[in-house]
Design a protein around this ligand. Structure first.
Ligand code: ADP
Ligand code: MG
Length: 767
């Protein structure tokens, strides 16, 4: 007998337990799929905890299945059906040469009571193997085949009955063994010949009544397909594991008194119930992720993250920075003399907070948040000046070369009359030039070094680095600080972002940063008018462009550029540029800028655009962040539906920077699909970056919004930052309690040990 199953049992060893006919090969496949889902390095690391953390996407109540005669228009229901007739027919015969064939597969079926009209379940089959797939289903769904299917039933006039269209038949239709009277055979032999090798795109044919009982006559979880494992297979496996694992082996991780305060159920119950809700549980709660099982697991998810962040923060406030900064009357005076305009109240308040940080003993770690165009740059510049006046060097990092160049131009101009030397250091400098600058930097002959984040990655050394400013943080990682420290600096760090992060999220993601907000726009702005146009309105767009350019103002025309189709996207933008330049607007100067151009070329185009020598700038998203040309009053975004909302907001922020009324036209070919219309409609309705970010968070999740992949923010397994803000708040309060009142307790020590052991929190380096 193998060891009892625990949460640490390896998935690739599950075959030893005779679970759901899972053999050696399939155990290994499942381990691989889970490891890649859970972000683990190898299949061998996937364990039962990962499996149990793979949560159902929804639940189906199969304890009382609907009958055909209960069906109503638009009703969502599961039905247990018996196939009468199944087959595929080809549609769209006139599809172009070389186009794969398209079939409709259709099953006519009755229910057990055989009352009412047979219903139709159908779906599309396409692709290179369409023929085989159709044959496969025809065989599987032969007359009498029993299956359960779930979805939204609609009356179909042509067919004269209720019909259900499936998107993924592999997930939404489950074959059950045909009932065999009086036969209760238990077969749990795990020999390999009983193992089902699954066809990746299809379901298996289970004829094991013990397993079949898992799928019908009860509430069942429905999972997203994992690798080649269908929802049905996963259900069998999870069910089998939960039967074998004892409560003691699902170890509790939260202290009993915490659980009592927060009314959280034990971990073992949570893992069991989240997969198989009890007969009397409210499925509505489950659907909203508000069941006791969800609440427990979500809380735990946030708790460990909050604890990790709390530890990082505690660590930093104990550090001492190298730089000693004083801000006296003379420093203030030299700053004042350089300011090109009067600061807004919001800017002044933030400067005060930054000065307080800079003059304190612990290193500054501040996030400066302000909507696009709120004037963050000048605030950063003031901080930089304060550091330089104290004799320290500063580094300013921007996410793109264009932005680094723009910063460098502006700062050089502002500091022209001061002794501070400002240099631009980008990856594209010639080697000799780079070496010379690096030497000067190391010798302390350069005060301000501006560049892309290559600045940190390359072997740059400073002699007295006092302040690092990171512009447009959401394109960056939160890890830079650690990187800097690893290289022997512990400077003040100021991070700027236009991504208006909801408060709860900011506290979590940037929990070890202090947050300042600029919530006021500089005076004299007129709001940007946003228009959503379809393809048929191109003439109007041309007229708009002509009108603005004639009036001496400037225009951006932006094309999406996504990695997967980079080549064609770039070709589109380039062709469009040539067409606009040669055919449509021969009287105006049209420029082109994209990421693949040489930095010097890019810089030249941007310089000419800024100097108004170029009136119409065709570009890819390289101008998305930070670019500041106040005379630009019109932005056209092509294929607007391909952008995220926050990205559109950033883009739109390039206009409306001057006193002239500005416009942003979102051009889309699928204006008529409701999703696109709704999303783009939000842009037309509001210019509030906060509202837009919340929508974006709702539509796309936090990972997208913050660029999780780069940001080092752990993905939550269960928690959802938007939906679960309150739980997050509670988790943070508990963490505070353990890190302060109970700091010295054994419990706290145990919890800290646990959180450090979890690779996904990236805390290994925290001492
Ligand atoms: P962002 O916060 O998006 O980085 P910028 O710092 O680029 O915004 O500022 C946007 C524009 O507003 C710039 O042209 C800048 O010169 C101008 N600006 C910033 N602060 C003020 C102010 N207090 N008064 C007038 N104009 C300002
Ligand atoms: Mg900016």
């Amino acid at each position: 007998m193998p060891e009892p199953i625990t949460l640490d049992t390896r998935i690739d060893e599950l075959y030893k337990y005779n679970i759901a006919r899972l053999g050696e090969t399939l155990s290994r496949k499942l381990a691989q799929a889970l490891a890649s889902y859970a972000g683990k390095k190898s299949a061998g690391e996937a364990n039962v905890e990962d499996l149990l953390s793979y949560l159902p996407m929804r639940y189906e109540d199969r304890s009382n299945l609907a009958r055909i005669r209960d069906l109503q228009e638009g009703m969502e229901a599961s039905l247990e059906l018996y196939a009468k007739l199944a087959g595929g027919y080809q549609v769209g015969k006139k599809r172009g040469y070389g186009q794969p064939k398209l079939f409709i597969f259709e099953v006519t079926a009755t229910d057990k009571e055989k009352t009412g009209r047979p219903v139709v379940v159908w779906w599309f089959v396409s692709g290179a193997h369409a023929h085989d797939i159709v044959n496969y289903y025809t065989k599987r769904l032969s007359r009498g085949a029993r299956f359960i299917t779930f979805g939204r039933w609609e009356w179909d006039d042509r067919r004269g009955t209720y019909a259900l269209r499936l998107n993924k038949p592999g997930d939404e239709l489950e074959l059950l063994p045909a009932p065999r009277q009086g036969e209760v055979e238990t077969r749990r032999g795990g020999e390999d010949k009983n193992e089902i090798e699954e066809n990746p795109s299809t379901d298996d044919e289970s004829d094991d009544p013990v397993l079949a009982a898992v799928h019908a006559g009860r509430r069942v979880p429905v999972y997203r397909k994992l690798g080649t494992f269908t929802s049905k297979r996963l259900r069998e496996i999870v069910h089998g594991v939960l039967q074998l694992i004892s409560d003691q082996n699902i170890k509790e991780t939260l202290p009993a008194d915490l659980r009592q305060r927060q009314r959280l159920i034990p971990r073992s119950n949570a893992f069991r119930q989240i997969h198989f809700p009890a007969e009397d549980a409210s499925l509505a709660q489950y659907e909203q992720a508000r069941s006791p099982a969800h609440l427990r697991l979500i809380f735990e998810d946030f708790f460990w993250l909050a604890l990790g962040i709390g530890l990082k923060r505690g660590q930093r406030t104990k550090e001492h920075k190298g730089a000693k900064i004083t801000i006296d009357a003379s420093v203030k005076e030299s700053i004042r003399s350089l300011l090109p305009f009067k600061l807004t109240n919001a800017q002044r308040g933030v400067v005060r907070q930054i000065f307080a940080d800079m003059t304190s003993d612990a290193p500054m770690n501040r996030l400066l948040q302000g909507d696009v165009g709120s004037g963050k740059t000048i605030v950063a510049l003031i901080a930089m000046l304060a550091a330089m006046e104290n004799g320290y060097q500063i580094a300013l990092m921007a996410p793109t070369e264009i932005l680094a160049e723009q910063h460098s131009r502006n700062i050089k101009r502002l500091l022209a009359k001061t002794p501070h030397r400002v240099e631009l250091l980008t990856g594209s400098l010639r080697a000799a030039e780079k070496r010379r600058l690096q030497a000067d930097l190391a010798a302390g002959n350069i005060s301000a070094c501006i560049g892309t984040h290559a600045l940190v990655q390359e072997s740059v050394s400073f002699s007295k680095l006092g302040l690092v400013v990171i512009d447009e943080q959401h394109r960056f990682g939160v890890m830079q600080r650690a990187e800097l420290r690893a290289r022997g600096f512990n400077p003040d760090v100021l991070v700027m972002t236009a991504t208006p992060i909801p408060r709860s999220l900011a506290m979590t993601v940037y929990g070890d940063l202090d947050v300042s907000v600029i919530d006021e726009m500089p005076p004299g702005r007129t709001p940007v008018e946003t228009l959503v146009f379809g393809e048929d309105q191109r003439q109007e767009v041309k007229q708009l462009i002509r009108r603005e350019a004639r009036a001496g103002r400037q225009v951006y025309v932006v094309y999406p550029l996504v990695e997967e189709s980079e080549k064609t996207d770039l070709r589109d933008a380039t062709q469009r540029f040539e067409y606009l330049r040669d055919v449509v607007f021969p009287k105006f100067t049209v420029g082109l800028v994209h990421g693949r151009m040489k930095p010097a070329e890019k810089d030249e185009v941007m310089r000419r655009f800024l100097a108004c020598e170029v009136q119409i700038l065709v570009s890819t998203t390289v101008i998305e962040v930070g670019v500041d040309v106040p005379n630009a009053s019109l932005m056209i975004v092509e294929h607007a539906e391909r952008f995220g909302l926050s990205q559109l907001h950033q883009l739109r922020g390039r206009v409306g920077r001057g006193a002239e009324k500005s416009y942003c036209v979102l051009l889309t070919s699928d204006k008529r699909t409701s999703v696109a219309a709704e999303r783009l409609g939000i842009m037309a309705q509001t210019s509030d970056g906060f509202v837009i970010a919340e929508k974006d968070l709702e539509l796309r999740g936090a990972g997208e919004l913050l660029g999780t992949r780069q940001s080092g923010l752990p993905e939550f397994r269960i928690g959802n930052l938007l939906r679960d803000q309150q739980i997050l708040e509670q988790a943070r309060k508990e963490v505070d309690f353990y890190l302060t009142t109970r700091a010295k307790s054994v419990e706290t020590a145990k919890m800290i040990k646990r959180v450090k052991a979890e690779a996904r929190f990236g805390l290994a380096a925290v001492g």
